[in-house]
Ligand binder design. Sequence first.
Ligand SMILES: C[S@@+](CC[C@H](N)C(=O)[O-])C[C@H]1O[C@@H](n2cnc3c(N)ncnc32)[C@H](O)[C@@H]1O
Length: 385
Amino acid sequence: MMTEQIPTSLGEMIRAEIHRAGGLEFSRYMEHCLYHPQWGYYMQPRQRIGAQGDFFTSSSVHHLFGALIARQLFQMWQLLGEQPFTLVEQGAGEGHLALDILTALQQSAPACYARLCYQIIEISPDNRQRQAATLEPHADRVRWCCLEELEPFEGCFLSNELVDAFPVSLLEKKQGQLFQVYVVEKEGVLSEELRPATDEVKRHFQGLGVEPVEGNRAEVCLAVAPWMAQLAPRLRKGFMLTIDYGYPAAELYAPFRRDGTLMCYHRHQANDNPYQRIGEQDMTAHVDFTLLQQTGDRLGLRTLYFGEQYRFLIGLGFVEELMRLQAREPDEKRACALRMTLKNLIVPDGGMGETFKVLIQGKNVDAPALICARSIRDLPMPELI
Ligand SMILES: C[S@@+](CC[C@H](N)C(=O)[O-])C[C@H]1O[C@@H](n2cnc3c(N)ncnc32)[C@H](O)[C@@H]1O
């Protein structure tokens, strides 16, 4: 009798599954690479975010990002009648955003802080540990649970760079037909094979009303709709605030985007090869914001705001806060470093200002004027003379 060998690495485990199943659909491959319970990139003990990690997130750049978001959350709390407020953050990384939001509310809005429950949904045991350490000063406000255990709540569901980390399917359009990428092994090397796209993928694009054009490669995240369908009924009244890099579908699948948006990150180096450093590099794809909006519409989540991160932050007082922080910094070198750091949050090219988008959807909240929607024209300007 043949006994199956127990794999000792993610690569071995993936190869064994490829042989058993005759190939792995790409999203399944990506799921193993990122979330395999033992060897997945997000599941192992490892510094992922920040200078010593693989990538930066806005919340790891400066605490002002979280402090400005706290301002928007404070207004949401007021709009919901200053009642007990549950803030659910899914995919909280090392807990930086949570820390900055909680600290800002504690200092500037103690009544809101006192009524706040900060509920974290986090897939990675390593990140849960890191979050608990980071959030020690707010231990009595913070809870962890999984999405299935989340009780119906009033408040806000928040995520920053979560959806881009969901596994995606890879597609190619050839001779008028959509194909899906499967990972196979050829002569000992992981390679790709194109197979006709499933009906689910075809239905997805029919619903979206946009398709990748001939010769182009693109990604699709089929996990978004079921995820939102799980989440929406739990939000009785309130908001869903999603921050991530991405585009509306027409721009995401535009003809010029020939190779799609899938990227891998390792020690701050970007590459487009998902078949190297298996389980040792992050993999991500840009988010389809039309899909989030269309799915939300079906689930009673109405779009209240959609815009670039720079507009969102400026609406919340980025410029005024930058001036205040600068004024408090007597050392010109440090003031300059502060400007350079904060610039990353709003500059379009090479920064996080434009590709990053913010979507706010609301449920049972009418159409409130959110402060983040304050436009540049509304900013108080100093007198010229
Ligand atoms: C790129 S990090 C986001 C970092 C963080 N939001 C920040 O601002 O620094 C992605 C996070 O999402 C988590 N994650 C990915 N998929 C998840 C899921 N299905 N449920 C919960 N957490 C998830 C990862 O473990 C990680 O903490």
